[in-house]
Design a protein around this ligand. Structure first.
Ligand SMILES: [Zn+2]
Length: 298
């Protein structure tokens, strides 16, 4: 897996990118046109033209169903090289804010001097605006995870997809006072219409390096093992405060995972920072957590 270069960043600087679609999608459009022309010029070849288009659609669909793929556009699966050099990692926490879970998550992060990025759902943020503001007040970051977290998100057309993302963007900016710079698709699933929407809204797509499946796994030790296996500078980890699975005693799994994960990060001299802080090439606004080996050199 390659590390994103500085040129891949950051959302706030993305507006000067030339093309809304990556070369692969542009080539797909040309592929359709070429197949059509062949079918017109040589009508007997139409089954081949149809097969060529079907194969292309299958490849585009696969790219959308593979959360970490870059076929459909820029996609952070790791932090940029400059952040990895600073020994930074990003803990990202999705599907909140959730009043039953998020406050305890914030306390755990504070206790370990760590910062995190919360990919919030627009509708949940509107339901719990004070909690959303509290996330930011305590030095963390709120980013865009769509407005309703529809399980049909990857089936939406361009207009509906734009509405879904723009509505969350407007709500989150209004509530926190800071416009999100990053977007994560619900369940990581998308389609070729997403890239132009993100470009227009100056949002950078983020997936993850590793996930713990904490919406379905009920044992914190199991989730922790998945997240901590091979933990290294530049990793982006995904966990959940909203939609979190519960342990046998009813506790949200993330609360049993974070202490061990943050202790492991500290033992490796890794610093948990927000995505906006990690995106900064010079680290000027990187938040240095007190006592968390913030000054550790690579
Ligand atoms: Zn989600």
């Amino acid at each position: 897996m390659t590390t994103p270069s500085d040129s891949a960043l950051p959302a706030a600087h993305a507006s000067d990118k030339a093309a809304p679609w990556p070369a692969y999608v542009t080539a797909s459009v040309a592929w359709h046109a070429g197949a059509g022309l062949v079918a017109i010029a040589a009508p007997a070849s139409w089954p081949w033209a149809v097969a060529a288009i079907a194969a292309n659609h299958a490849a585009l669909t696969a790219g959308g169903l593979w959360p970490r793929s870059r076929w459909l556009g820029s996609n952070w699966t790791r932090l940029p090289a400059h952040a990895a050099a600073r020994r930074e990692i990003a803990i990202t926490i999705d599907d909140g804010p959730d009043p039953a879970v998020t406050p305890a998550v914030l306390d755990l992060l504070d206790a370990h001097g760590a910062k995190a990025t919360f990919f919030c759902i627009g509708a949940e943020a509107r339901a719990h605006p004070a909690l959303c503001r509290e996330i930011v007040r305590r030095g963390h970051s709120v980013q865009n995870h769509s407005d309703r977290h529809s399980h049909r998100f990857s089936l939406l057309g361009p207009k509906a997809m734009a509405r879904e993302i723009a509505a969350a963007q407007a709500s989150l900016a209004d509530i926190t006072g800071e416009a999100p710079l990053f977007f994560r698709a619900p369940a990581g699933l998308r389609n070729p219409f997403l890239a132009p929407v993100l470009q227009r809204l100056d949002l950078q797509l983020v997936s993850w390096t590793r996930r713990g499946f904490d919406t379905v796994r009920r044992e914190p030790s199991n989730v922790l093992a998945r997240l901590a296996r091979g933990l290294a500078a530049g990793d982006i980890l995904i966990a959940h405060d909203g939609n979190a699975a519960r342990t046998d005693d009813g506790s949200p799994v993330l609360l049993g995972v974070l202490p061990g994960l943050l202790a492991r990060a500290r033992s490796l001299r890794l610093v948990a920072v927000t995505l906006p802080a990690a995106s900064h090439p010079r680290g000027d606004d990187a938040v240095a957590p007190a006592g968390a080996a913030a000054s550790a050199s690579p």
